[in-house]
Design a protein around this ligand. Structure first.
Ligand code: NAP
Ligand code: MG
Length: 481
């Protein structure tokens, strides 16, 4: 194996303040709640003290969003709103390195991912929805905004999930109150500074930090017209119950347990790259991760051998090092969950294989791992691990592959690896998943809608379809009345 000299990205570009307030009505305010700490999961270093928004703070934020909605944002023409969105997109590009470094420090993801994937897609998302702002009448969903959107996001793609929520909401003329996850608030707070820099009218974007209670206060606030949530299926169900009976519009982007299906005619080396990308990208903290490998029996041994060889070359360690492929697990709590479910895998009789490597002594780390001999009933085949752990199952026929792939309560994504175009089409038609990638995996583009079936949630983000969540769709009958 090669030895690499460390090539860390400098941290000097980011200015992490000792403490942060809430971003309400265009300003940072103290709030009247308590505070919490955010840490660097690769080192356990405390990065900053962050305000925890109370119910009263959330109420202030919703009031600010309502004022901005009625007085300014909903009255502005789409073309004017677009100017702000383009400006935000350009500032994100200009400050891209700063955002990427901060994201890697607060989240633990490798800099090559935050720099080359997260931040460019974030900017692209704002550019894309800026383009829609003055063309809503062609959207097919009307052009009337909903009002105030309450948005709650997870920690795996902090800035990207923020962009997926805020860009379409603003383009459609809504104002927002957004809560980032407790463990990754810093890039959302830097985004708040970007809103100031872009001269976005006060109150159009409000960022309230906190934990689950703050999220609950947002989604249950009576003056919130629209709830957009990305996170676990469990919390998603609780939110669906909380808003039932109200006239809030809801979109839920929840968990997944994607099948990555490799046929015997697939180009094996490319498939191995796709398997690695599918489950080890972002430490496997990916809702659409290809966490169930379904490999055709005749090539299973060969695929596994090449996969293990490839996994042995993955470099784990300092997220800021440009050579790093796999960074830190986002929190001690998440590490515990990954360990627990992996131990269930051992107990259920699956065979564990992990990359032999020295893990740093500080921080939260889990080596890239695969389980073979997994059967469909195993918990590691059914439940989301949300970490760098792959369950391997085999199949003999395409029908068996479809049946096993669909045998899950989730339906977010799937991958198919084969040389035959006709097989790709027939598999895509039969797989119950929102996105099916063929001979690739984890491809994201703002023009393409993303979302789930079944327990993976409802609603779509991205593309023209992503506008529906933020517009009052005219009813077909009464549309022209
Ligand atoms: P989570 O526990 O559901 O948390 C998501 C967000 O909801 C966090 O901001 C959390 O706050 C907040 N929250 C917790 N309890 C709440 C409540 N009762 N009411 C309102 N908000 C509440 O999810 P997670 O474990 O952090 O995130 C990982 C999950 O997200 C995975 O299941 C993954 O598949 C899913 N995900 C889905 C997509 C998609 O597009 N489908 C994309 C990314 C991730 P705190 O965390 O700050 O306490
Ligand atoms: Mg953190």
């Amino acid at each position: 194996m090669f030895e690499y000299a460390p090539a860390p990205e400098s941290r000097a570009i980011v200015d992490i303040k000792p403490s942060y307030g809430l971003f309400i009505n265009g300003e940072f305010v103290d709030g009247n709640g308590t505070s919490f700490k955010t840490v660097n999961p690769a080192t356990e270093e405390v990065l900053a003290e962050v305000a925890e928004a109370s119910d009263a703070d959330v109420d202030e934020a919703v009031k600010a969003a309502r004022r901005a909605y009625t007085r300014v944002w909903s009255r502005m023409s789409g073309a004017e709103r677009a100017k702000y969105l383009y400006r935000i997109a350009r500032i994100i590009q200009e400050r891209g390195r700063e955002l990427a470094v901060l994201e890697s420090i607060d989240n633990g993801k490798p800099i090559k991912e935050s720099r080359d994937v997260d931040v460019p897609i974030v900017a692209a998302h704002f550019f894309y929805y800026a383009g829609w702002a003055d063309k809503l009448k062609y959207s097919g969903y009307g052009e009337t905004p909903l009002g105030v959107a309450g948005q709650v996001i997870p920690w795996n793609f902090p800035l990207l999930m923020l962009a997926w929520k805020i860009a379409p909401a603003l383009a459609c003329g809504n104002t927002v109150v957004l809560k980032p996850a407790e463990t990754t608030p810093l890039t959302a707070l830097l985004f708040a500074e970007i809103c100031q820099q872009a001269d976005l009218p006060p109150g159009v974007v409000n960022i309230v930090t906190g934990a689950g209670e703050t999220g609950r206060a947002i989604v249950s606030h009576p003056d919130v017209d629209k709830v957009a949530f990305t996170g676990s299926t469990e919390v998603g169900k609780a939110i669906a119950r909380a808003v039932a009976g109200s006239d809030k519009k809801v979109t839920l982007e929840l968990g997944g347990k994607a099948a990555n299906i490799v046929f015997d005619d697939a180009p094996i080396d490319q498939a191995v790259e796709g398997i690695v990308d599918g489950i080890f990208f972002n430490q496997g903290h990916v809702c659409c991760a290809g966490s169930r490998l379904l490999v055709q029996e005749s090539v299973a041994d060969e695929v596994l051998e090449r996969l293990k060889r490839r996994m042995s070359t993955l470099r784990m360690g300092d997220p800021l090092d440009k050579n790093t492929d796999v960074g830190a697990i986002n929190s001690g709590e998440q590490l515990m969950r990954i360990r627990e479910l992996s131990e269930v895998g051992d107990a259920e009789g699956a065979e564990r294989w992990e990359v032999a490597c020295d893990l740093p002594t500080k921080g939260y780390w889990f080596p890239p791992t695969i389980f073979t001999g997994v059967s469909q009933a195993h918990r590691i085949a059914r439940e989301e691990i949300f970490g760098p752990v792959l369950s391997v199952l085999t199949f003999r026929t395409p029908s068996e592959a479809v049946e096993k792939a669909n045998n899950t309560p989730f339906g977010l994504s799937a991958g198919v690896w084969t040389d035959k175009g006709s097989r790709i089409l027939s598999m895509a038609n039969r797989l119950r998943a929102g996105v099916v990638w063929a001979n690739t995996f984890n491809k994201f583009d703002p023009t393409s809608p993303f979302g789930g079936y079944k327990e993976s949630g409802y609603g779509r983000e991205g593309g023209r379809h992503g506008l529906e969540a933020y517009l009052k769709t005219p009813s077909l009958k009464g549309a022209d009345a």
